[in-house]
Design a protein around this ligand. Structure first.
Ligand SMILES: C[S@@+](CC[C@H](N)C(=O)[O-])C[C@H]1O[C@@H](n2cnc3c(N)ncnc32)[C@H](O)[C@@H]1O
Length: 212
């Protein structure tokens, strides 16, 4: 079981899962200042009335912020760790919580079989193994794209993982391109870079990549 999990993470720069004991750090309100949700939304540019997959949503800080900014969207907050989703569900139980955030485990996402015009992968690229990144395009609707935003190894940062656990923007681009994505640098923030990635193979290629 352990080696299966390790295999799934092979290729990532930080192959350990995020420690749920640190979930509180994800709720630091300062995050919304140095990485404003509105700026992410501009880069994500989701078509009206569609669903956005927040891949590795954690405690849902950004899922909730995006849902508030865009009530027309459904935000599918997917995370592999039930403890993280439990934290999110507690927030969604508040009277003023948005109703358009749907927490989901990977198996629930899989059984729904939905594909998405936009996927957000925030602070997660450095944790994702090659196998997961090869499978991710299966989740994309035709012409869909993924916004990867992650800690910048080249930035001087008082917050976030150590530089050796994350990528410089050029390294992130190289990794994604090597895996078959079309990837372009879309912006830089104080501590983060943003990459927009799409998958250029036809749909049959996406399915083949997913089943590999
Ligand atoms: C550093 S946290 C970031 C959470 C959130 N995106 C944020 O910025 O607030 C990374 C999250 O990705 C989740 N994760 C890592 N690999 C995953 C995978 N293959 N599928 C689903 N979730 C994953 C972890 O459980 C963790 O909650």
């Amino acid at each position: 079981m352990a080696s299966e999990a390790q295999n799934e993470r092979a290729g990532s720069r930080q192959p350990r899962p995020f420690d749920p004991a640190r979930a509180g750090q994800l709720d630091d309100p300062a995050r919304l200042t140095y990485l404003p949700p509105l700026d992410l939304l501009r880069l994500l540019d989701p078509p009206a009335g569609t669903a956005v997959l927040d891949f590795g949503a954690g405690t849902g800080t950004y899922a909730i912020a995006l849902a508030r900014l865009r009530p027309d969207l459904r935000i599918i907050a997917m995370d592999e760790q039930p403890q993280m989703l439990a934290h999110l569900k507690r927030k969604l139980a508040a009277a003023d919580a948005p109703e358009n955030v749907l927490p989901m485990l990977p198996a629930e996402l899989e059984s729904g079989g939905e594909s998405f015009p936009r996927v957000l992968a925030l602070n997660v690229l450095h944790e994702l193994g090659d196998a997961v990144l090869r499978d991710l395009p299966r989740r994309l609707a035709p012409e869909g794209r993924i916004l990867f935003v992650d800690w910048n190894a080249a930035a001087e940062r008082p917050v976030g993982p150590p530089s050796e656990h994350v990528y410089r923007p050029g390294e992130a681009l190289m990794r994604l391109r090597h895996l078959g994505y079309h990837a372009v640098l879309a912006g830089e923030f104080a501590y983060h870079y943003a990459v927009i990635a799409s998958w250029t193979e036809p749909a049959s290629g996406r399915l083949a990549a997913g089943s590999a």
